[in-house]
Unconditional design. Structure first.
Length: 349
């Protein structure tokens, strides 16, 4: 189990998160190979069994579809989960699962164990990419679109908690773009689908079986507070590592929250959608251009920013050194535009 950080939380006025962030990788417990619970999932209900609801039938279908692509990953005394996203043997997991290892042991759903090469990792978003030899019989998960998530939609977590291979739990997307105090990660998907030590690196999927996130952290001492890295953020890292061997990300220099209609009405904000600047690095490109704390970003260039997912999507499509025009609405209702030259955060592969 990896403890990311310990911190007492404080209210931001828009969100409150309390607890200790705990990475949900784990020490190796009883191995991560073997047939696993997916064998039970695949059984056909016997005659006389209780009738299944449509929701149950869908979870069974999704579990059958996704679990073959879920793998176990062991690196020294650490173990966790991963998910195969390309037929060439490309696996996404967490950076804290692989640590500083260059090679890891990967346990496939059929019980076979193979060696995997760590292509790179980005601890700032807790994502690592592992490559195993390409093979025709490998199962590959479908990748979804985390920028289109809606709070309240179904979420299914699959992984290897405490070495129990390919465990399936269900819940909902509880919130988006979470950056809870006490966790050194941001822009996370919050879910109440049960995740535990060993789930790290496993997929969070939607009701169609598409991967929407990579499970990464839980809040210690709390029930139903798990977090996942949005899959769009993870696949961007995969693409950069496969093409250049390094990770280059534009740096804007703020932390932010979504504007929810209820919050906007309560605080009498001039707009009811956008992202509000909660914190601002005074040396950042955003601050240098003139943005202030509590500015509400509503547009970047010609693209509307309604939620944090829009903000992340637009920044992922830009490159360090580019200049973007940022439109903000201030709390007095005035509108301002700023030209922000994006900085660069580079992570070696």
């Amino acid at each position: 189990m990896k403890k990311i950080v310990r911190s007492a939380a404080a209210a931001t006025g828009l969100a409150l998160a309390v607890g200790i962030g705990i990475g949900v990788g784990q020490g190796l417990v009883g191995g991560v190979g073997g047939a696993g619970p997916e064998a039970a999932i695949a059984q056909t209900p016997t005659a006389g069994a209780a009738p299944q609801t449509s929701d149950e039938q869908n979870v069974i279908r999704v579990a059958r579809q996704v679990t073959p692509a879920v793998v176990g990953i062991a690196a020294g005394n650490q173990s966790g989960s991963g998910v195969v996203v390309r037929r060439e043997g490309v696996i996404i997991t967490n950076a804290h699962v692989v640590g500083r290892a260059r090679e890891v042991e990967v346990s496939l759903a059929n019980g076979e164990r193979v060696s995997g090469q760590v292509l790179g990792r980005d601890p700032t978003v807790d994502i690592a990419v592992v490559k195993i030899p390409a093979r025709q019989d490998i199962a590959v998960a479908t990748v979804g679109d985390s920028d289109r998530l809606i709070v309240g939609q179904s979420a299914i977590a699959i992984g290897n908690p405490y070495g129990l291979e390919r465990t399936v739990t269900t819940g909902v997307v509880s919130a988006l773009n979470r950056s809870p105090r006490g966790i050194v990660l941001g822009g996370l998907i919050q879910t109440d689908a049960a995740i535990n030590p060993g789930n790290s690196g496993g997929p969070l999927v939607d009701s169609r079986g598409a991967v929407i996130g990579i499970n990464t952290v839980i809040l210690g001492g709390a029930a139903g507070l798990g977090f996942a890295v949005p899959i769009n953020m993870a696949t961007d890292i995969v693409q950069q590592l496969l093409t250049t061997g390094t990770i280059h990300r534009p740096y804007f220099g703020i932390s932010y929250e979504d504007i929810e209609p209820e919050v906007a009405r309560y605080y009498r904000f001039p707009v009811q959608q956008g992202v509000i600047v909660v914190q601002l690095d005074p040396r950042s490109p955003a601050a240098q251009a003139g943005l202030r704390r509590l500015d509400i970003i509503t547009r970047i260039d010609d693209e509307e920013i309604q939620r944090g997912g829009d903000f992340q999507r637009v920044l992922r499509s830009r490159r360090p050194g580019q200049t973007v025009t940022v439109t903000v609405v201030r709390l007095n209702g005035s509108t301002a535009r700023f030209n922000v030259r994006l900085g660069e955060t580079q992570v070696a592969g």
